[in-house]
Design a protein around this ligand. Structure first.
Ligand code: ADP
Ligand code: MG
Ligand code: MG
Length: 325
């Protein structure tokens, strides 16, 4: 009798959502795995186009309609992701708020490249903040969307990647894939296992080339890390984070990286953004509001803070290990 040979992993790197997305599939025939990856590729390509706030496409058209005070009919996936964004924004007490696109643009964080030049003036920031664009202004009735505030400009950048990975996971499942890991620059989620072994992932060191900790993801879990080390504005000797506080219109300062482990990508991604805004003083309240229990934060001074639940999951890499809160 011949020994059963294990099916080799199939992995592919795709350039999607402005980042490298790696999909690794375990335990499936190569042809089936490749077909599943091709389906994810096409789907995410479409979502990136439709959800892009700053290039011609569905979201850009919706933003134009909102600015003109008109309602707009979106497709069903767009209506769903907007409703999800609105719910997550409410849960975050408005610290995660995809309606602040005008502020994102003023800071230059809308472009696919790193922004250059000066930060917006205090006057411009004050004007954009005073217009008070909020997801609560967005009224979604079926596929009919309008805003009670024309200052709302939607930018889904703070949760689109997580939401897209959730949909990619559903695509893989529909294609009969049971064991896979999807990794998209800062966001990683897993299905099943790697043979008998769980999928193991690392959290990047925001200050140096390396990692601070590793952990094993359980089936269905998503880990998202938001940081100011990939997208930022350098001006006048200051590095400005691309995460903005909707209340002040200014970039967050005290937190360098936030990792959130949650049951889906959209929640993990949105919460990582919201907790960055909440900062050291307020993040436990926002985490509780969003129902998030596993959090690791790294401050500008390199201090690591983790919830007890997260701490229990982390394996230290190097000398530093998160102090208990
Ligand atoms: P990362 O890209 O590191 O994962 P985020 O998920 O936090 O970071 O996404 C940051 C992007 O989200 C910004 O580039 C901007 O487009 C948008 N954004 C910035 N601040 C907020 C906020 N408070 N709420 C919602 N979206 C935001
Ligand atoms: Mg993100
Ligand atoms: Mg985010």
């Amino acid at each position: 009798m011949r020994a059963l040979r294990p099916v080799p992993d199939v992995s592919e790197s795709l350039y999607l959502f402005g980042t490298m997305v790696e999909i690794e599939i375990h335990g499936a025939e190569a042809a089936k795995a490749r077909a599943a990856i091709a389906a994810v590729d096409a789907h995410l390509e479409k979502l990136h186009h439709d959800w892009h706030a700053w290039r011609p496409g569905e979201l850009e058209s919706l933003n134009a309609a909102i600015a003109a005070g008109e309602s707009f009919t979106v497709d069903a996936p767009m209506a769903a992701v907007l409703a999800q964004g609105k719910a997550l924004s409410c849960a975050s007490d408005g610290l995660f708020d995809p309606a602040i696109g005008a502020l994102v643009e003023a800071w230059g964080f809308h472009a696919d490249t790193l922004p250059e030049g000066d930060p917006p003036s205090g006057g411009e920031i004050a004007r954009l903040v005073a217009a008070h664009p909020r997801m609560t202004d967005l009224k979604i009735a079926g596929q009919e969307v309008r805003s009670t505030n024309p200052a709302v400009q939607l930018d889904l950048g703070a949760y689109a990647k997580g939401a897209a990975l959730d949909l990619a996971e559903a695509d893989l499942r529909a294609a009969g894939i049971t064991d896979a890991v999807l990794n998209a620059g800062g966001g990683v989620q897993v299905m099943g296992s790697h043979g008998a072994r769980p999928w193991r992932v690392a959290i990047r060191d925001p200050f140096a080339w390396g990692v601070v900790a590793a952990l094993e993801l359980r089936p269905g879990e998503a880990l998202h890390t938001s940081g100011n080390y990939e997208r930022y504005l350098d001006a006048g000797g200051v590095r400005f984070s691309h995460i903005l506080d909707p209340r002040t219109g200014r970039p967050v300062t005290d937190i360098v990286s936030v990792s959130v482990l949650a049951q889906n990508g959209a929640l993990a991604d949105a919460a990582a953004t919201a907790l960055s805004v909440a900062g050291l003083a307020d993040w436990p309240r926002i985490a509780a509001g969003m129902g998030v229990e596993n959090v690791l934060m790294i401050t500008g001074e390199g201090k690591m803070v983790a919830t007890p639940a997260m701490r229990a999951r982390l394996t230290p890499v190097g000398d530093d290990f998160p102090a208990p809160i």
